[in-house]
Design a protein around this ligand. Structure first.
Ligand code: DQA
Length: 140
């Protein structure tokens, strides 16, 4: 089973970006952890990051042909992007939304995510562990 893992804007700076909120692990560290966990669970991981909304839409379209499921941290686009929601609605498999921080504990504008209405489940606030836990969902 191939699982697409999509990361939205500014997550390329994970580890350097507001570490008091997002921690010290880099996105490359997250990718390595997911690949390791994927190996153990028999899941193949295709890992992406983009700072561009349209590029994320294109990657979701690519997932339509290829992926059994999607793990997505849409980052700031969670709170703004109908385009990413619409793209996910063209994908037939399950979607898990991940946020490193607990968006419900933060500013009010982060409390709503357009993607959540499409996601099977949402994991928020457990740090980068959320990405790894999402793979357990796809394995079962
Ligand atoms: C985030 C939370 C978003 O509100 C924020 O814009 C991000 C990261 C998270 O993983 O906690 O960039 O999605």
């Amino acid at each position: 089973k191939l699982i697409y893992v999509l990361n939205g804007p500014n997550l390329n700076l994970l580890g350097k970006r507001q570490p008091e909120i997002y921690g010290h692990e880099t996105l490359a560290d997250v990718q390595k952890r997911m690949e390791k966990k994927g190996d153990a669970l028999g899941l193949e991981i295709a890992f992406f990051q983009s700072n561009h909304e349209g590029e994320l839409v294109d990657i979701i379209h690519q997932a339509r042909e290829q992926a059994a499921g999607i793990v997505i941290n849409p980052a700031a686009y969670s709170h703004t992007s109908v385009a990413i929601l619409d793209a996910l609605n063209t994908f037939e498999g399950p979607v898990v939304e991940v946020h490193i921080s607990n968006i419900h504990k933060r500013e009010a504008f982060r409390h709503h995510s357009y993607v959540s209405s499409r996601a099977e489940g949402v994991i928020a606030g457990l740090g980068t562990l959320g990405y790894v836990l999402a793979l357990d969902y796809f394995a079962q």
